[in-house]
Design a protein around this ligand. Sequence first.
Ligand SMILES: NC(=O)c1ccc[n+]([C@@H]2O[C@H](COP(=O)([O-])OP(=O)(O)OC[C@H]3O[C@@H](n4cnc5c(N)ncnc54)[C@H](OP(=O)(O)O)[C@@H]3O)[C@@H](O)[C@H]2O)c1
Length: 498
Amino acid sequence: MKKSIVIFGASGDLTYRKLIPALYMNFRKRRLPADTQIIGFSRRPLSDDAFRDKMKEGLLAFVPAEFAQDEWESFARLLSYHPGDVEKLNDYLALAGKINSTDGEDADGLFYLAIAPKFYPIVVRKLDEARLLTPMGKVGYRRIVVEKPFGSDLQTAESLNDELLKVVSEDQIYRIDHYLGKETVQNILVLRFGNAIFEPLWNRNYIDHVQITVAETVGVEHRAEFYDQTGLLRDMFQNHVLQLLALVAMEPPVAIEANALRDEKVKVLRSIREIPEEMSSRFTVRGQYHGYRDEPGVNPHSETETFAAVQLFLDNWRWQGVPFYLRSGKMLKEKLTEIVIRFRRPPLQMFDVLSGVTELSTNHLSITIQPDEGIHLRFMTKVPDGGMMMRPAELDFHYSETFHETPIPESYERLLLDALNGDASLFARKDEIGLAWKFIDGIRRGWIGEAAPALQPYEQGSWGPPGADRLLWKDSRWWEQEDTLHRSEGDSGERTVP
Ligand SMILES: NC(=O)c1ccc[n+]([C@@H]2O[C@H](COP(=O)([O-])OP(=O)(O)OC[C@H]3O[C@@H](n4cnc5c(N)ncnc54)[C@H](OP(=O)(O)O)[C@@H]3O)[C@@H](O)[C@H]2O)c1
C-alpha cells in the first residue's frame, strides 16, 4: 500500500528548514516505508525538479553532515510538487488522483498543515469535500498534522477543534508541540519512571520547589508582526512551558501509550490553581526587552510582553503547597531550557559550610533540555582537610558524552515518524490544549485588569526584569542559573539574597 505525505505550505520556511530534513533523516535511517511519496502543495508554480532543488539546498544548509549524494538521489525520487491554492477545490481533486493508488486500493495519507493557522479549517474542509479524508479501500488511514499555534485563546482553540472534528475524529488529529519531540523532554519520563530512586522523593514531602526556564537569546527575528500580536505568554507558555510542567508533575501513567500519557497530563493541567485577577501582580511578571519597540514590524507603542514569569500551585495530593516558578523570555542572557527540582534542606544543619555557600546547601536536580542536554545532581560533600566543613558538588550526565556515537535527532524527525506510525503519545489532545488555554486566558485577563502588573523593561542579555527575581526573593528563593548552577572552579557560590 502506498503512503502519501502531503505538505501544505511546501514552499515555506518550516518545510525547508525542518520537515524535509526530518523526512530525509528518516529515509536515511531506513525508517520511511519504501513506497512513500512526499507531495509538496503550495501556490508557487514550481516544477518537480525545481522543488527538489530547493529541498536539496535545505538539506545542505541544515543537515550538511548527513547529506550523501546517492541517498539524496533515491530520496528525491519520493518528492514531487503539486501547485495549488488551499482555497480551491479543484486543486484538491487533482491531488486525489496522485494519492489514490492505481490498483484500486486507497493509500494511507498524512496531511501536514505547514501553513498559516487561518487556513487550517479551510484545508480540512476542502480535503473532506475532495473525499481525501476517508480511505476508500478496506484498510488505510487519513491523518492531519496541525502546527502551532493551535488557537490564540480558549475560544478560538475550541472553535478550531469544532471545525476539525466536524470532518475528522480526534484520533486522526496530530497537534504538534515540537518540544515533545525532543529526546531530553522524553527523558523526563525515563528519569522519573525508569528509575526507582527518584519517584519516592518526587512530592511535597521532599521537594521545596520547582523551576522551569525556557530562555532564548534571540529577539523576534522575522516574526515581528505575528509576535507583536501574540506575545510570549501565548507563544511559549501555553504550549512548551506548560507541557514541561505536565511531564514533571504528572502521576505515573499506566503505560507509555497515547491516551494513558495524555490522561495524566490533563490531570496536572486541571489541578493548576487559577490566579485571581487581583493577585496578578503577586504571581506573575511581564517584561519587554529594551529596543523591542524599535524592531521593524513592531508597534512603536507596543505593550506586548517578550518575557513572562509565573508562580503557580497545583491543587493535588502530590504537590499541594509546592511552588512552581516558570519563566520564559527573548533576548535573555543564555539559550537555556531547564527544569530544576530543588529539594528541601536537611532538617538539621549539622555541618559548617564554606563561607558564602550557605544558600547552596540543598540538593537539587537539574534536567537540561537544551543546549547542553543532560542531568546534574547536586549534593553536599566534605571539604578535604577542612574539619567537618562541607560544600556542594555535582554528579553530571551529558548526552553528548554518554551517547557520543548517536547524535540527538531533531524533534520533527521523531514526530513525523510517530504520526506516520499512528502513535499520538507526543501530540496534544483536545482537552490538553483547552486546559492550557484556560490557564493562560486567566493570566491575560489579570494583565488587563485593575491589578495588572506593570510591563517591566529589561536589558538585552540579562535574565529578565527585576520583578522576576522578586517573584522568588519574596519567598526567600532565587532562580538557579548559570552563576549558581554551573559555577566555575574557585567560585565560592556567594550570592546576595536581598
Ligand atoms: N517556521 C517555523 O520554524 C515554524 C515553527 C513552528 C510552527 N510553525 C507554523 O507552521 C506554519 C507555516 O510556517 P512557515 O514559517 O513555514 O510559514 P511561511 O514560510 O510563511 O510559509 C507559508 C506557506 O504557505 C503557503 N501558502 C500561503 N497561502 C497559500 C494558499 N492560499 N494556498 C496554498 N499555499 C499557500 C506559502 O506558499 P505560496 O506562497 O507559494 O502559496 C508557503 O509555502 C505556520 O502555522 C507557523 O505558525 C512554523
